[in-house]
Design a protein. Structure first.
Length: 192
């Protein structure tokens, strides 16, 4: 832990408790889409997205941790994926992509940390900048249940909390649903 970032849990994967396929189905990711995995971790969801968007689509796996990005880069090389790029960046500062080029942004098990650190404003501005009007910002978080796995209860955010954040930052809520045993997803649509 650094002084500035008291709530950071890098190096953990949700692979065993959260299905990439189920999450991506809930985002309605399609062939040919551009996809940003904001806070990709080990990239298991990005790798699944790569097969969905196909050769005409693109996947950007972004994380602040060099170890995570190195892991993703190795997988990209091993699988010879021409439609996927791993990017080391801090989304509280900048997302090094052009404006309005992304169809679907996914943020899985990450937003609660930005809420805890009071960095939501910067993050939402950066996400909004790269997302196309009408694009989907899909937020996956641990259900806010006492004793459930994931971050401490007081750090977890409810679907209502997530919806309010999205509404405050120029999104309409298209739907909220459970994904797997421990998570929910809120899909926001960027207003034109």
């Amino acid at each position: 832990m650094t002084e500035k970032h008291g709530h950071m849990h890098h190096g953990k994967t949700s692979k065993n408790i959260l299905s990439a396929g189920e999450v991506l189905k809930a985002t309605e990711l399609k062939l040919g889409n551009s996809f940003l995995d904001a806070g990709c971790g080990d990239g298991y969801i990005s790798l699944e997205a790569s097969s969905i968007v196909g050769d005409k689509g693109s996947v950007y796996a972004l994380d602040v941790y060099p170890e995570s990005i190195e892991t993703v880069k190795k997988e990209i090389k091993t699988r010879n994926l021409g439609n996927m790029e791993a990017i080391l960046a801090d989304i509280t500062k900048i997302i090094p992509l052009d404006a309005e080029i992304i169809d679907v942004v996914l943020m899985a098990n990450v937003l609660h940390g930005f809420v805890a650190e009071r960095e939501v404003e910067e993050v939402m501005n950066n996400i909004s900048r790269v997302l196309k009007p009408g694009g989907v910002f899909a937020v996956v978080e641990f259900r806010k249940i006492e004793g459930n796995i994931g971050p401490p209860y007081d750090v977890k955010v409810s679907p209502e909390d997530v919806s309010n954040i999205l509404l405050e930052h120029g999104f309409d809520i298209s739907d909220t649903q459970l994904v797997g045993k421990y998570h929910y997803i809120v899909n926001g649509i960027k207003k034109p």
